[in-house]
Design a protein around this ligand. Structure first.
Ligand code: NAD
Length: 435
């Protein structure tokens, strides 16, 4: 959809955004796909704005006795396919428009994977490294209380995202359970996913997003002339997604050449040891100072020649300012929205294939779905079962995106949105409008 049509749609909704705004960019791409699919104007209006945008402010007593005010967000974009689902990010730079975009992407991701969920996202404006564990627990519990009945196992189910983790999910679930009806305490823990294994978590959830990236690459890379056992790659971000993707790829023989994180970049011509690097990051908080690796600049990192570049950190890290430095054949979006439209244009012009985020990183939400299902059925699946079911869902979705790209003769990104929109359109048409 061209930008004036997107502007007209936003004007009808009394919304206005700059063209560089991340929400504007996300909706523009979704609407471009929606136009290929041919959805109604009414459905376009529904997709162009979230159903609910919640912002909460709450005080917390800090360790030194002072009180600090915190700001949290929960955006619920769409629930036509099922309860809202999406992570909660803990980061000092979270803003409403970022959370709105990520909520849209969750709607698209769940629809593409054909999961019975809608899309949501949350955020807490906080650097979790700057507070103690006790403070983190009190902040999380107060945030959960502030969200109140806006979350729930049948309504909206948060999960971890950047800066949050299984322990934080355990505190969220425990807080929610304390408010739950007396005869509903067991089921209440399925209010969040990504919990620790001992408290209703799923086997395989921690590595699920990285596992899903590898499952997708196994389907798509042969058609691109790449072999996972011999190819080289670099990674931006070595947290949950980056480090698991790297460990699983390296186990297949792929060579990790370079890594960039929030503190700097490292390189090794013969390949970095992905497992040892994960331990180093757990102990020191960053990839810098990893034994035997060469320290390189950010520019050198981007210019490093590799078969695959895998961004697994923040949004919009690849843009017109650095896209022309990049020297890879395939860009694998393990992070959400890591490439701006201007960056994408430069990469595509140079023949780089972009594998879209809503497909590549959907392993996390898929195993979250497995966790929710196990909680509700009081079951515990083993890791082999989880991996097998995940692989089937990821493989089916990767084939679906390929087929839709051929059908509409479009990029894999637009194809991934188009496949999601086809599914949502079908549900809207089956459900009709109440009353
Ligand atoms: P994480 O907090 O575990 O790790 C984030 C990584 O990004 C860290 O290594 C950090 O050093 C790095 N980073 C932060 N700022 C940076 C900067 N300015 N430059 C370079 N590196 C920087 O987060 P995560 O869970 O791995 O999530 C990473 C991305 O993947 C996010 O976009 C998230 O939304 C997305 N994602 C995560 C999951 C999941 O299951 N965790 C699922 C789907 C998508």
């Amino acid at each position: 959809m061209n930008s004036s049509a997107v502007d007209d749609l936003f004007a009808e909704l009394e919304m206005s955004y700059a063209t560089g705004n991340i929400y504007y960019q996300t909706i523009s791409a979704v609407l471009e796909a929606a136009q290929l699919v041919g959805i109604s104007h009414r459905e376009q209006l529904i997709l162009a704005q979230p159903k609910n945008e919640l912002m909460v402010h709450f005080p917390v007593r800090m360790d030194n006795g002072s009180y600090q005010l915190f700001k949290g967000y929960r955006v619920q974009h769409n629930n036509v396919a099922g309860p809202y689902k999406g992570g909660i990010r803990y980061h000092e730079d979270v803003y409403l428009d970022d959370i709105k975009s990520l909520a849209v992407l969750m709607t698209m991701k769940c629809a593409l994977m054909r999961l019975p969920f809608g899309g949501a996202k949350g955020g807490l404006k906080l650097n979790p490294r700057e507070v103690s564990q006790d403070e983190l627990m009190r902040i999380t519990r107060r945030f959960t209380a502030a969200l109140g009945a806006n979350i729930g196992p049948d309504y909206d189910i948060p999960a971890p995202d950047m800066g949050s983790n299984a322990q934080i999910m355990a505190w969220m679930a425990d807080t929610y359970i304390n408010f739950a009806e007396i005869n509903n305490k067991v089921e209440a823990r399925s209010v969040v996913t990504g919990k620790p294994l001992a408290f209703g978590g799923s086997a395989g959830r921690e590595k699920a997003t990285g596992q899903g990236v590898v499952d997708v690459l196994e389907v798509l890379t042969p058609g691109m002339g790449l072999t996972l056992s011999t190819c080289s790659y670099s990674v931006i971000g070595y947290g949950n997604v980056g480090s698991w993707t790297a460990r699983l790829l390296s186990a297949k023989g792929a060579k990790l050449r370079a890594v960039l994180d929030h503190r700097g970049a490292i390189f090794h011509a013969k390949g970095l040891d992905a497992e040892a690097l994960a331990i180093h990051v757990r102990e020191t908080g960053s990839v810098v100072d990893f034994k035997g690796a060469k320290v390189i600049s950010e520019e050198e990192f981007y210019a490093c020649e590799v078969d695959m570049l895998i961004p697994a950190a923040l949004e919009q890290m690849i843009h017109e300012g650095n896209a022309s430095l990049i020297n890879c054949k395939v860009l694998v979006e393990a992070a959400n929205a890591p490439v701006t439209p201007e960056g994408e244009e430069l990469l595509v012009a140079r023949g780089v294939t972009i594998l879209p985020a809503i497909l590549c990183n959907a392993g996390g939400v898929t195993v979250s779905y497995f966790e929710w299902k196990q909680n509700r059925q009081s079951e515990q699946w083993d890791e082999e079962t989880v991996d097998r079911r995940l692989k089937r869902i990821m493989t089916d979705a990767a084939h679906r995106v390929q087929q839709v790209a051929e059908k509409y003769e479009c990029s894999l990104r637009i194809a991934s949105y188009a496949s999601a929109v086809e599914h949502l359109k079908e549900i809207y048409e089956l459900r009709g409008i109440f009353p």
